[in-house]
Design a protein around this ligand. Structure first.
Ligand code: PLP
Length: 398
């Protein structure tokens, strides 16, 4: 009779080998867990999911998610960050944590569209009112504030139309007229690079920044994630309770992808900023163009506010065509593009274009002509200009 080796079924799970401690490498380790193992009952009872001093359950954080949270907080100049499964979820978490029935939320008319859709549908169904205000007019914000206003969204630059608001004037207006309200900024465009949301100057700051990590922090067009960053512990805890109760976890592989991309964020932001300004200037000189909307371009709406708030700009701009040009011809131009791909989102390596009709998107659209929003990737600027030129010719716009 031979002595039997231990049963591999158990041995492979409860293996005695422990890799030595002290491994260091450029990228942080990736920890994956739903279950977190406690050394004893006392530890299980003592650990508190609200504190980052220990681990309780995968949904409440791992070394990997804590590491990304801390780095995003640093990027944005905040103190606490929560990760959520998408940029839109960072908006939804903010709304759900801070609003209850009878409250009112104010949203810029030029905000990211799904922010407005969430208010029109789910929030309205829960008895939470909303108003859309003109972010380019602090007096319009002042007029929209009521005693029920609990949350005011800001976005800079505006979605698709790229108007840059006077953030300091808007924050000051909320502080004076609705001192108890939370000021939340969708900081996806600035990404912690273009301006400091938590230090806008003149002692003004937002309370909370929601950021689609899907865009610059990922930079690959292959991850969906969001973050909510604060500098106030009580506000953070309010968000963290809602976050925990709603179960909005993120996957370790996605967190790893963002951690991998984060060190190159400032370089990518600068490169896309430079390239998009060159392309925006080229477009401004083309016939048939009514206006180029890029906050760093003189004449673009809110350019003076951009100058007074920002040190950089994201790689995004929109071209408004003359109202006399049929939208179908502009669609044909977009279809004729070869390097620019047709797709939503931005801040990835591939340049993108999307045609928009403003009328259904705004209460008071400021432009009549068809509009194309461009997101500049990492290709050569000369090749991107040549692509626009050939598509203008192919579609008969030139
Ligand atoms: C993309 C985007 C979002 C949403 O991010 P997702 O991860 O796609 O949900 C929110 N706000 C702005 C300004 C965005 O550009």
């Amino acid at each position: 009779m031979t002595t039997k080796k231990s049963d591999p079924a158990t041995a492979l799970i409860h293996h005695a080998y422990r890799a030595p401690e002290g491994f260091e490498a450029p990228q942080p380790a990736v920890h994956k867990a739903s279950t977190v193992i406690f050394p004893n009952v006392a530890a299980l009872r003592a650990r508190n999911w609200k504190s980052k001093a220990g681990y309780t359950y995968g949904l409440h954080g791992t070394p990997t998610t804590f590491t990304l949270e801390e780095r995003i907080a640093t990027l944005e100049g905040g103190l606490q960050t929560l990760l959520v499964p998408s940029g839109l979820a960072s908006i939804a978490l903010t709304d759900m944590a801070l609003l209850k029935s009878g409250d009112e939320v104010l949203i810029p008319d030029n905000a990211y569209g799904p922010n407005k859709e969430l208010a029109r549908n789910e929030l309205a169904g829960w008895g939470i009112a909303h108003r859309f205000y003109d972010a380019m007019d602090a007096a319009a914000l002042a007029a929209a504030i009521t005693p029920a206003t609990r949350l005011v969204w800001l976005e800079a630059a505006g979605s698709v139309t790229m108007e840059f608001p006077d953030l300091r004037a808007l924050v000051r207006c909320v502080r004076e007229r609705a001192p108890g309200a939370t000021v939340a900024l969708d900081n996806t465009w600035g990404a912690g690079i273009a301006f400091d949301a938590f230090d806008l100057g003149e002692g003004l700051a937002v309370d909370l920044s929601a950021h689609a990590l899907t865009k610059y922090p990922s930079g690959g067009g292959d991850v969906l994630m969001g973050a909510v960053t604060t500098r106030d512990e009580a506000l953070h805890l309010k968000l963290k309770f809602a976050h925990m109760r709603m179960g909005w976890g993120v996957g370790a592989n996605d967190v790893e992808a963002v951690l991998r991309s984060l060190p190159s964020l400032p370089l990518r932001y600068a490169a896309q900023d430079e390239a998009s300004r060159l392309l925006a200037q080229w477009w401004a000189a083309q016939p048939g163009v009514a206006q180029v909307l890029h906050p760093a371009l003189p004449g673009s709406p809110g350019h003076a506010h951009w100058v007074s708030h920002c040190r950089a700009a994201a790689g995004l701009f929109s071209v408004v065509f003359d109202a006399a040009i049929a939208p179908a011809r502009v669609d044909a131009f977009v279809d004729a593009l070869r390097l620019f791909k047709l797709g939503y989102s931005w801040a990835g390596p591939v340049s993108l274009a999307v045609p928009y009709q403003l009328a259904p998107m705004r209460e008071r659209p400021a432009w009549q002509g068809a509009l194309v929003r461009f997101s500049i990737g990492l290709e050569s600027v000369d090749d991107l200009i040549a692509d626009c030129e050939q598509a203008l010719k192919a579609s008969g716009l030139r």
